[in-house]
Design a protein around this ligand. Sequence first.
Ligand SMILES: [Fe+2]
Ligand SMILES: [Fe+2]
Length: 267
Amino acid sequence: MISNTQSGTNVHEIADGIYRINTPVTLPGAGQFNFNQYLIVDDAPLLFHTGPRRMFPLVREAVGLVMAVEKLKYVGFSHFEADECGALNEWLAAAPQSEPVCGKIGAMVSVNDIAERPARALADGEVLKLGRHSVRWFDTPHLPHGWDSGLMMEATTGTFLCGDLFTQGGAGETPLVESDILGPSEAFRAPMDYYSHAPNTTAILERLAQERPTTMACMHGSAWRGDGAALLRALAGRLHADQLRLQDATGVARPVQSRAMPEAIEA
Ligand SMILES: [Fe+2]
Ligand SMILES: [Fe+2]
């Protein structure tokens, strides 16, 4: 369903009670791109990512097609960056009962200063009950970027709110695909590398893979359905290969973690 014909903002249910809001944009010099937010409709509704501040009217209009905006309870996001949380205070004003939801680092270094209300700061592994849905927070420092980075898994639908992982360029016009997204997202990453390439990347991806998500709610591009563990391990393999190439080129010693790669990723 299109919520705004001028911008092309559209809303689709990609898992039971989970709605993807997509807005295509044209970036100067970089062509078509897209921003997605995910709305979990439940007793305590959660919006994961606010969208950039200037996009707030479009995202609010889209949320309003699905539920009463003022009933929103949680405004969650992965890390402190404009497309993740630029419209945080606008949402806090629009939904007077709502709280920011982020990790402990995010609350400490940014959110509890910037936001109009204090954050509900989740510890690594903490579960937030929304009603029949619940989300678990995973600290993912520097994955793909930001010390404060974390991501959420929704338990009942197996949906991984995977933020900037698997970012695909273009308009993201197809809400949910089962075809390969690693190829398109790696094609995007090659010229616009947005990863921190930190030494903990492989271990974090393996921990997320062990949750066996079945839907990837990508922040940029189509959401995806399939074997999420295999997809996450495939991404870990690509990143690890990059790391080895870089180390071979620079002569810098490999971190201990790269010698402890799980066999599945080495293969
Ligand atoms: Fe980001
Ligand atoms: Fe993003």
